[in-house]
Design a binder for this molecule. Structure first.
Ligand code: XLS
Ligand code: NI
Ligand code: NI
Length: 446
């Protein structure tokens, strides 16, 4: 098998418009189309993730790998069993870049161990990573694909069973620090736009054995060291924390955006680190996706998005491709209200279903996700002005009472004024009318 033809049955995916019946074409994502102030490609900044799409073999907690990924030794065909790990990594990378290019995704993302096999020692792992970073640089140059973010996997290996930075054993903290330093440099070398820190197992299983105060301080120190390292090596991308409330631990310290923002402030990091919001994690934390975006925008820490979705019947991080235009339109609305992406983008931290074993299934998942997000952008762009005007009108009364928020009146003065004042009449929330407005834009946005 030649790696260049891993997806031999699929050609470059093109935009054909909403009336196309071609399942391997975009119906909504038209990269060069201008929407408000920028093109769709500039608004959406799509990225494909290496881990679910190329490193994962389709295994779940109840069963073995199902996916045809010949570079993964555990894959059913066994084709890779005979391959040297570095040869398997090169094969995987060639297939991944063939995919990025045919899909027309401008960005990709990786964990260190997705692209380079771990060695027997840290030094050997670091050499493997360096070598694969060189290979990646060649593919990026050839295909024009860019790096949205790099990240470190400090949660899969047994050494991280009790976390990385929050581990009770400082030797594990040191290992994780070494890994992040190396991977941050690798991300810098590839011109990454961001670097993500998802707190893989930074949390606890039981408070019976956990000194929460100490663990949070360890995490704060760790992140300060990452910031110092970023500046030391001259990395200009954005550092991002990815909130998640639970899974794999019972309680993750980066619970949601509000929790992360409080943590950043406590450790003096609120101007150095922003958030990467994952839609499925928002759901797990009991929030709407758009709530998390709005919270981040308000706090000034909005960074990037992992564009996936959960399943209403299954309560874990399922990482489905997004399918709901309504859900994503409300999220895109808050992103537009915040001024859109700067270094961030929409990363498909998405998994095929385990039964999707044809090679082109990976295209169908991404094409559908890109079209849902593009359509959601059109809906959000179409309704934002009308909604903002309605929202401003709701607060219009404050135009006459700037004295209150400017701090020019006291509680006593408001009391005295009310003694002779009239009964407030209130303002209608107009929720049903606004929900109908959203539906109208969903129906009509083109
Ligand atoms: C896991 C996270 C992970 C991060 C990258 O739930 O979503 O995939 O995005 O480490
Ligand atoms: Ni996730
Ligand atoms: Ni994620």
């Amino acid at each position: 098998m030649s790696a260049e033809t891993f997806f031999a049955n699929v050609d470059k995916i093109r935009y054909e418009g909403p009336d196309s019946d071609n399942p391997l074409a975009f119906r909504w994502y038209d990269a060069d189309r201008v929407v408000r102030d920028r093109t769709m490609a500039e608004h959406l900044r799509f990225g494909v993730c290496y881990w679910h799409s190329f490193a994962w073999d389709g295994s779940d907690i109840f069963g073995a790998g199902t996916l045809d990924r010949p570079w993964n030794p555990a894959t059913a065909s066994g084709a890779a069993a005979a391959l040297e790990p570095m040869d398997a990594a090169r094969l995987k990378m060639a297939a991944a870049f063939e995919f990025f290019e045919k899909l027309g995704a401008p960005f990709f993302s990786f964990h260190d161990i997705d692209i380079a096999p771990p060695g027997k020692t840290f030094a050997e792992s670091a050499r493997n990573l360096d070598e694969m970073i060189d290979v990646a640089a060649g593919h990026m140059e050839r295909t024009g694909t860019n790096l949205l973010w790099g990240t470190t996997n400090a949660f899969s290996h047994p050494r991280f069973m009790a976390g990385a930075a929050t581990n009770p054993d400082p030797a594990v903290f040191q290992y994780a620090a070494a890994q992040v330093a190396r991977c941050l440099s690798a991300t810098h070398r590839l011109g990454g736009a961001n670097y993500v820190l998802w707190g893989g197992r930074e949390g606890y299983e039981t408070l019976l054995n956990t000194d929460m105060r100490r663990e949070l301080d360890q995490l704060g120190r760790f992140l300060n060291m990452v910031v110092e390292h970023k500046h030391a090596i001259g990395f200009e991308g954005t550092l991002l924390i990815e909130p998640k409330p639970m899974e794999p631990t019972k309680h993750q310290y980066d619970y949601d955006v509000a929790t992360v923002f409080a943590f950043l402030q406590r450790h003096g990091l609120e101007n150095e680190i922003k958030v990467n919001i994952e839609v499925n994690h928002a759901t797990l934390s009991g929030h709407d996706f758009h709530h998390e975006v709005a919270t981040a925008v308000n706090a000034g820490v909005f960074g990037s998005i992992d564009a996936n979705a959960g399943d209403d019947r299954l309560g874990w991080d399922l990482d489905r491709f997004p399918v709901s235009v309504e859900q994503m339109s409300l999220g895109m609305l808050e992103i537009l209200r915040g001024g859109g992406f700067t270094t961030g983008g929409l990363m498909f931290d998405t998994k095929l279903r385990r039964q999707s074993i044809e090679r082109d299934d990976l295209f169908h998942g991404h094409i559908g996700g890109m079209d849902v997000m593009a359509r959601s952008l059109l809906v959000a762009a179409s309704m934002i002005d009308e909604l903002d005007a309605r929202r401003d009108a709701r607060y219009a009364g404050w135009g006459q009472r700037t004295d209150i928020l400017e701090g020019n009146v006291t509680l006593q003065q408001l009391h005295d004024a009310q003694l002779t004042g009239t009964e407030p009449t209130g303002v209608s929330g107009r929720q049903e009318a606004l929900e109908n407005l959203v539906q109208r834009h969903i129906e009509r946005a083109r």
